[in-house]
Design a binder for this molecule. Sequence first.
Ligand code: NDP
Length: 322
Amino acid sequence: MSHFQALVLNKDPEIKELSVDELPEGEVLVKVHYSNLNYKDGLAVTGKGKIVREFPFVPGIDFAGVVEESSSPDYKPGDEVILTGWGVGERYWGGYAQYARVKADWLVPLPDGLTLKEAMIIGTAGFTAALSVVALEEQGVKTGEEVLVTGATGGVGSFAVYLLAKQGYHVTASTGKESSHDYLRKLGASNMIDRALLSEKGKPLDAQKWAGAIDTVGSQTLANVLSQMKYDGTVTACGLAGGNDLPSTVFPFILRGVKLVGIDSVMVSYEKRVKAWKQLAETVDATVLESVVTEITLKDVPEYAERITNGEIQGRTIVNVQ
Ligand code: NDP
């Protein structure tokens, strides 16, 4: 255990042998079983986004594993734990390593009904989708109503389609991948639209189509979604796969009462995390998780990081680090 493998960024990514003594300080040492690949990991590993500022650095924003050592009363050796968010994999060393040492407060216990692997198939993407669905419910979007998901074949989008359909919403998936229509139908989407229809500049107010929308793309896509919302509809915004600007007008807000709710999975409270993970454990079928996953190892991460930043990945990619 004293030496282990990790993907280390020294600007460029490289597999290296590290010793436990080199890990940052923290109360809990975790033997990482699985991590995964999110869009943010893609930006960090390729260097396309200014995610990582200090080198050498171990990326990986999510991990699931087993506690090896703990000085916290909340965890003991053998406990199965999940970590998402808190700046891990951005400012603090993350999950692309066989061991990680972190603050106890950043962990949540693995909920009953999920394995470590399943938790990482869900990961930040599924967790963010779950927070988005809860936000639509809280704003009064009713099951049976029309809900749009953009970036639908992505990690967040795939889970959003699945969770919404499972709860009885009528889901339209916006995607740039025609070859993925069957995949999206299996997850529960009733209709598909080509993402190009949303990425060109549209009208400030368009025909009213959606009671709710989960947007993972941002930029012109989010502006067009806002202009197509029904009166009193709600859009959640969590992503920027299409850009970080928002070239919209105030008309959807002041003429149709449209609500725009921001979703952040990084700093969300421990209580909300435990609740969302419990809901996910109770809702998500193991067979569906297996149908959306691609499993890779640490050495494959740089290639897949490039692909996720190019919008070429479907579903969820997990990293088996052992
Ligand atoms: P993925 O890369 O898995 O999915 C993004 C999807 O967006 C792609 O699969 C593609 O779907 C679509 N897309 C990609 N590029 C473009 C483009 N130029 N224009 C329009 N659509 C595009 O990423 P994730 O699902 O992991 O994350 C989605 C977004 O949400 C990211 O921006 C990420 O940073 C953000 N995020 C935010 C979180 C938060 O806490 N706020 C947490 C997690 C993620 P398709 O081909 O089907 O159109």
